[in-house]
Design a protein around this ligand. Structure first.
Ligand code: AMP
Length: 254
């Protein structure tokens, strides 16, 4: 294998309490801490490990999003990625961007850059779509390995362990392929200061969806974004008997 393409999405940091905009058109993003999607850090780490094992020679990180997405690419570069591609999509267009659009962009870049592997996170924690890996594989007509918790080089290609309901599934795949990283694949490294400095010199190419021939016109309309219902206050009961009679009273048990 020679080249890996990794998708890195800039999302609201996982530790931030997300607030819905008063007009219910979306969530508040201004002045809110953003970071690389946690599953993408895992995807980057895996690609860097592959490079350290000399299984790949070059890693390219792609981020589709507004100008600030370049910061996410810089983080990937500081973790060991060689170069970045920023596909600028901003404003309303970005708010309505869907996994299908991102998949078309990744598929186009995978072909242009002649990569052998596309590695993405299993899902972006902002929209929780879990669609990009699958659709990118379909568009490229490449095999897919989703929810990977182990990726190993084998003679014919790769051996993958996938986390599925009730256990682990081991599959073999040829390359080129599209893989998505699950939580237990690895523990991502922190970027060290020298590597952050070095990353500043690594190249980031800027392009647009239009230049890649991908139409990003919205296919959905956001009707409204609502806060989850607030939990009702609980009550403390003195003993199990009172608990049972309360539950009966409320109709939760017979
Ligand atoms: P999703 O299908 O939206 O849950 O995203 C799955 C994965 O696709 C993410 O973990 C990223 O690796 C990749 N991805 C999704 N959106 C973007 C984006 N805007 N830029 C770069 N990669 C993305």
């Amino acid at each position: 294998m020679s080249r890996v393409l990794v998708g890195v999405k800039r999302v609201i940091d996982y530790a931030v309490k997300v607030r819905v905009k008063p007009d219910k058109t979306g969530v508040v993003t201004e002045g809110v801490k953003h970071s690389m999607n946690p599953f993408d850090e895992i995807a980057v780490e895996e690609a860097v490990k592959m490079k350290e094992k000399k299984l790949v020679s070059e890693i390219i990180a792609v981020s589709v999003g507004p100008t600030q997405s370049q910061e996410t690419i810089r983080t990937a570069l500081a973790m060991g990625v060689d170069r970045g591609i920023h596909v600028e999509v901003s404003g309303k267009e970005y708010e309505l961007l869907q996994p299908l659009h991102v998949s078309k962009i990744l598929a186009k870049l995978a072909q242009e850059e002649k990569v052998d592997l596309v590695l993405v996170g299993k899902q972006a924690i902002d929209d929780d779509s879990n669609q990009t890996a699958q659709m990118t594989a379909a568009l490229l007509d490449w095999p897919q390995g989703t929810f990977c918790s182990k990726i190993e080089k084998s003679e014919a290609g790769l051996t993958i362990t996938r986390e599925v309901d009730g256990g682990l599934e081991n599959i073999k795949t040829k390359v080129p392929a599209v893989l998505s990283a699950d939580l237990r694949l690895n523990t991502p490294r922190y970027a060290t200061l020298p590597n952050i400095m070095k990353a500043k010199k690594k190249p980031i190419k800027k392009t647009t969806a239009k230049d890649l021939g991908v139409d990003t016109s919205p296919r959905i309309q956001i009707v409204s974004v609502e806060d989850p219902p607030t939990r009702e206050a609980g009550a403390i009961v003195p003993d199990v008997d009172t608990l049972i009679s309360k539950l009966k009273e409320l109709g939760h048990i017979k």
